[in-house]
Design a protein around this ligand. Sequence first.
Ligand code: AMP
Length: 215
Amino acid sequence: MNVILFGPPGAGKGTQAKLLSSARGWVHLSTGDMMRSERSAGTALGAKFDEYMSQGKLVPDQLVLDLIRSKISNLATGAVFDGYPRTTAQAEALDQMLSGIGRKITKVLELKVSLEEVVGRIAGRVTCLDCGQIQHVSYISSLSDQTCKHCGSAKLVRRQDDSEEMARIRYNEYREKTEPVLAYYQKQHLVVGIDGLGSVDEVQKRLVQALSDGK
Ligand code: AMP
């Protein structure tokens, strides 16, 4: 199966994609993670990505396609796409690349979460540098006295673009450029709406249920 996890920033796509891909043995393809690792490696491409990411703007389609093309041509198992495609041009290119290897998108799972909910989540979101788990801390608390809920490490970091102001800019980008992609997949009857509120486990169960429904 080749599944797209769709939804605004902060909807839980990364967390849910990690769970789904490890449970099924699928590849987790997150263009945001790929861009952040280019940026941390200090490459010229990473610097280019940073120009857009640091402003909460979408990276231009051509750069995104150059980044993801080789990953798709080497796909050996199912895949969960997380944060990609984010424009209709990216969705069309993805269909072409998949059809080149005899595959297609099986389902688009749309995580539905309101603006106020995503802003609150993003402003409190941190990642553990030791175990990689994404989690939430209290809005006002300082990171220095917090530890990872999963492995106890004190190495919790906040993403550069995870402030309240940036969350609103990213949400606007989503509404303007990414939400229209849903219509592209609705025409193909691939979209299933999922309530994104609730615990990680509850949302994961809804996703698994939607994948097993034959629609
Ligand atoms: P994410 O980790 O998916 O929330 O992405 C973080 C940032 O990376 C976004 O706000 C964009 O600046 C950039 N980005 C990630 N994926 C894409 C994409 N498919 N198209 C354009 N920009 C992207």
